[in-house]
Structure formats: structure tokens, C-alpha cells
Write a protein that binds this ligand. Structure first.
Ligand SMILES: Nc1nc2c(ncn2[C@@H]2O[C@H](COP(=O)(O)OP(=O)(O)OP(=O)(O)O)[C@@H](O)[C@H]2O)c(=O)[nH]1
Length: 207
């Protein structure tokens, strides 16, 4: 019988952005390939997280993806969300210019709490299925990302287009940035740099 493959590392990925842009929906699409109709969704309170295994180049990585509340009143313990994160996805809604304009607030928060310059950032414009209601062009999104030196992608949690690709690109970049996760290797084999528990108080913080 074949031995279970060892986990090379655990990555913490954080999703931030205004309320209603679709962070929970992107996460649900990525982990469970599901999309809930509007009447079945509710605002995230505090933080939620899901775990998914991800294989790249014959190595297994454990992704803990944290979905944070967009609504200010539900955001508590903000600094602990960012602690230990190797990747952050900043989400806006392409059919809401306001959510795009608020990206600078999220970027500021990220830069405040995440002092590690290597942390991989990705800007994601969601809801591209609402093309007729689009308020932010792809070019504007790409330009913002270029200016802030982040990855960029547009997606739709509803139709699923771009969702898998967004997470994959982010994770591949983290894998390509060993300084982010090869910090406190306890041995030469498995490396785990932070907890996957929602407290976010993992050891070997990247931020
Ligand atoms: N048309 C369309 N609607 C979407 C898409 N993604 C999410 N929605 C809808 O947008 C609304 C908000 O989605 P959520 O995933 O709850 O948004 P959120 O960013 O997690 O919101 P908070 O938890 O308050 O921060 C829901 O009604 C979703 O059904 C999408 O890609 N296309």
C-alpha cells in the first residue's frame, strides 16, 4: 500500500474586500464548486475559513483560505487575520465602482498589518457575468494591479470562470517565493509555518 503523501507546507490565504463583492461565493466555488443563490447567502461575521489540498509539481500543499467580513461592524481582530498570511486576495465587484475605489482602503489595511513585502497580493474583479452592469473595465483593474505590483484576474463565482485560475496563480507565486514559507523549518522534510486554526496565532509568521 502506498504511503500517504506528506504535506510540504500549509499556506494561509486571506480574502478581503467590501461587503457583497462575493468573497464567500468565490471561496465556496473554489472549495466545493457551488454557488448559492442570493436568498441563501448571508454576510460573513468575523471570519470563516476553509481548507483545501493543492498539488503542484508532485508536492502537496494545504491551503487554509480565510474569508473575512466586509462589513466594518463584523470586523474584529483585524490584525490577527493578516498574521501569518502568505497570500492576500483583494476582491472588488466589477459592477460596483465604489467597491473598486475602496480597494485603496483594503490595500492600506493590508500594508499596515502585513509588513512582509514578499506577501503575494492579488486583485480580483468578481461578477463578470454581470457584463451589462459593468462599471469597472478590465483595463482599469489591470492598471490598478500593475500600479500596486499585484497579480490580477477577473472572475465570476456564479459561472465559475476564472475562480480556479485565480487561486492557482496566487498559490504558484507563493510556491515560487520560498522566503515566505521556508522560515522555521523544524526539519528538512515537512515545513509548516502557521496554524490553520481560525485564531490565526500560528508560529513562524510571514507577516
Ligand atoms: N451575479 C453574480 N452574483 C454574485 C457573484 N458572486 C457573488 N454574488 C452574489 O453577491 C452577493 C454577495 O455575495 P457574498 O459571497 O456573500 O459576498 P461577500 O463579499 O462574502 O460579503 P460579506 O460576507 O458581507 O463580506 C450574493 O447575493 C451572491 O449571490 C457573481 O460572480 N456573480
Amino acid at each position: 500500500m502506498e504511503a500517504a503523501q506528506e504535506i510540504t507546507s500549509t499556506f494561509k490565504i486571506l480574502m478581503v474586500g467590501d461587503s457583497n463583492v462575493g468573497k464567500s461565493s468565490i471561496l465556496l466555488r473554489f472549495t466545493d464548486d457551488q454557488f448559492l443563490p442570493p436568498e441563501e447567502t448571508s454576510a460573513t461575521i468575523g471570519v470563516d475559513f476553509k481548507v483545501k489540498m493543492y498539488d503542484v509539481d508532485g508536492k502537496k500543499y494545504k491551503l487554509t483560505i480565510w474569508d473575512t467580513a466586509g462589513q466594518e461592524r463584523f470586523r474584529t481582530l483585524t490584525s490577527s487575520y493578516y498574521r501569518g498570511a502568505q497570500g492576500v486576495i483583494l476582491v472588488y465587484d466589477v459592477s460596483s465602482r465604489e467597491t473598486f475605489e475602496h480597494l485603496s482602503n483594503w490595500m492600506e489595511e493590508l500594508n499596515t498589518y502585513c509588513s512582509n513585502n514578499d506577501v503575494v497580493k492579488m486583485v480580483v474583479g468578481n461578477k463578470i457575468d454581470k457584463e451589462a452592469e459593468r462599471q469597472v473595465t478590465r483595463k482599469e483593474g489591470a492598471e490598478y494591479a500593475r500600479k500596486h505590483q499585484t497579480l490580477f484576474l477577473e472572475c465570476s463565482a456564479k459561472t465559475k470562470i476564472g475562480v480556479q485560475q485565480a487561486v492557482e496563480e496566487l498559490v504558484n507565486k507563493i510556491v515560487d517565493t520560498p522566503s515566505l514559507w521556508r522560515k522555521s523549518s523544524p526539519n528538512k522534510g515537512t515545513v509548516t509555518v502557521n496554524d490553520s486554526v481560525p485564531s490565526g496565532l500560528g508560529s513562524g509568521c510571514a507577516c
